[in-house]
Design a protein around this ligand. Structure first.
Ligand code: NAD
Length: 256
């Protein structure tokens, strides 16, 4: 079945678009007709994603940009750069930049805790705030901001006290943003992946992955494209009555 084309003429921003889920989201948004700004701390990988994007639909123009989402200065520069090039802010933003720095609670160093909170939670705040401010300032009538939480933020996970806390925070941030921004026509939703095959999960020991897979009712890890499908739905008008929602994409892991 051909993919729907729901994002013609839409300008979209994907942080963490140089890898894994962010790259798959960028590909999916481009295949639906959007222009995509791929922003990543690694400019090389952002450029590589741009090189893989479909750009044969009406008026499409993609760009790669370096950003550190944990820095307000860097995020502000990114938004200025986007608006200088496109004369508008992105009306869709997918916050996929994220990191893990795992250790057990008893031995977790403060720096590891801080870094994961800085990138995953503060980064989602800075980017969401900057995009929302730009949309409100230009009088845009609609927007869709999507954050990447994690099922781990709901249920916890051994060795991920920093990551689980950051992702629980991202859900609370998203719900609050949804309440505050709905009057501007901006919807905010959070996607909670389970275990998805990306460079991030490549770091997980094989025996842990085998155990996790045995717990997944659908019996396998997810693919980045399966998370991208949900992000594209949330970006599009097909989800126009959905805001403040958290949608699990887990193959049924930890349901109920
Ligand atoms: P990934 O490591 O493949 O991609 C993350 C990207 O973020 C990389 O390109 C990296 O360079 C970029 N990045 C890191 N720090 C950054 C910063 N400070 N500023 C800008 N970019 C930065 O990981 P992924 O698996 O694609 O994860 C994407 C998102 O999905 C993350 O938020 C992650 O926490 C979340 N998630 C992933 C899984 C999974 O199983 N893979 C599960 C739940 C949630």
């Amino acid at each position: 079945m051909a993919a729907p084309i729901r994002l013609i003429s839409r300008l979209t921003l994907v942080t963490g678009g140089g890898s894994g889920i962010g790259r798959a989201v960028s590909q999916r948004l481009a295949s639906e007709g959007a222009s995509v700004v791929i922003a990543d701390i690694s400019e090389d990988s952002a450029n590589e994603t741009v090189g893989r994007l479909q750009s044969d639909l009406k008026g499409q123009s993609h760009m790669a940009a370096a950003v550190d989402v944990s820095s307000k200065e860097s995020v502000t520069k990114l938004l200025t750069r986007i608006q200088t090039r496109y004369f508008q802010p992105p009306s869709v933003c997918v916050n996929s930049a994220g990191v893990t720095q795992d250790d057990f609670l008893l031995s977790m160093e403060e720096e590891k805790f801080d870094r994961v909170i800085q990138v995953n939670l503060k980064g989602s705040f800075l980017v969401t705030q900057a995009v929302a401010q730009a949309l409100v300032a230009c009088g845009a009538s609609k927007g869709s901001i999507i954050t990447l939480g994690s099922i781990v933020g709901k249920v916890g996970n051994l060795g991920q006290v920093n990551y689980a806390a950051s992702k629980a925070g991202v859900e609370g941030l998203t719900r609050t943003a949804a309440k505050e921004l709905s009057r501007f026509g901006i919807r905010c939703n959070c996607v909670l992946p389970g275990f998805i095959t990306t460079p991030m999960t490549d770091e997980v020991p094989e025996k842990v992955l085998v155990k996790m897979k045995s717990l997944v009712p659908l019996g396998r890890m997810g693919e980045p494209a399966e998370v991208a499908d949900v992000c594209a739905f949330l970006a599009s008008d097909d989800s126009r009555y959905i805001t403040g929602a958290s949608i699990e994409v887990t193959g049924g892991l930890f349901m109920g």
